[in-house]
Design a protein around this ligand. Sequence first.
Ligand code: BDR
Ligand code: CA
Length: 304
Amino acid sequence: MNKIPIIMDTDPGIDDAAAITVALNSPEFDVQLITTMAGNVTVDKTTLNALKLVEFYHKDVPVAKGADKPLLRNYEDSSYIHGESGMGEYEFSPHQRREIDLHAVQAMKEVLEKNSEKVTLVAVGALTNVALLLMEYPELKRKIKELVIMGGSLSSGNVTSAAEFNIYADPHAAKIVFQSGVPIVMAGLDVTLKALLSPKSFETLPSLGRSGTMLHSLFSSYRGGTPDKGLQMHDVCTLFYLLYPEKIKTEDLFVEVATEGPAIGATVADIQRKYHKNPNTKVCVDIDVDFFNQWFLEVVGKIG
Ligand code: BDR
Ligand code: CA
């Protein structure tokens, strides 16, 4: 089987932890690098959390620390959703792992350069690292197969009326990324607020072994939804898209990012196609939620 080479740019974060679980344990993916940034919690914490997860799964995947703040605006975290550490109350075993001695952007550059085939970038945090990469090394755009983003929304936001957290966290970076010409898939709130981990799936997790028990503990203190109504699995949708694109409905649209005013961080799509003939983004608009739950439990169950 030809594995999909990926770089994961992430800010763990509880749904990030679920996404990293899937990426590291699905035979279809070849995770070559995990990069971090300031997002749900500070970059020191997101890096530590990524290292804890790589250690938890005993994987040999490098972690590189990236941006400690957005390009222009002030940093605002999301610890009210993910807890002070970003990993709820779960106690990971002590370990000696360290991040590599390269900034995330340099590490991404090296991975893109050394691969003869194109690499998929899975970006599930603020887009600061990705924007820096595209600005500093525009010649590497051709090495990116596609950029699958968790972020944005065609309607309302989850951090302000208009903006989703990852785009709001660094709207200037997001603007650069959406204007870059790199093929973009946007898994935003339009699908991620539908793709909830059901109460039944949540209850099943501890019976699935060590990984399910860890995820159950993380999701127990997560404030993105509730265990009895459903938990928001935002970042996991990017990997689901890569494996099962036929289970997600998409629309090709031109998307721009607002960088000022009350709509700062909003992704504005030209749905009427009045201003832009050529779309720049494949926007995910619907998802097979039952299949998504079944698949997620299967992946976790196989880890044991
Ligand atoms: C996004 O914001 C973060 O809190 C989550 O990890 C996800 O990437 C959802 O808006
Ligand atoms: Ca995230």
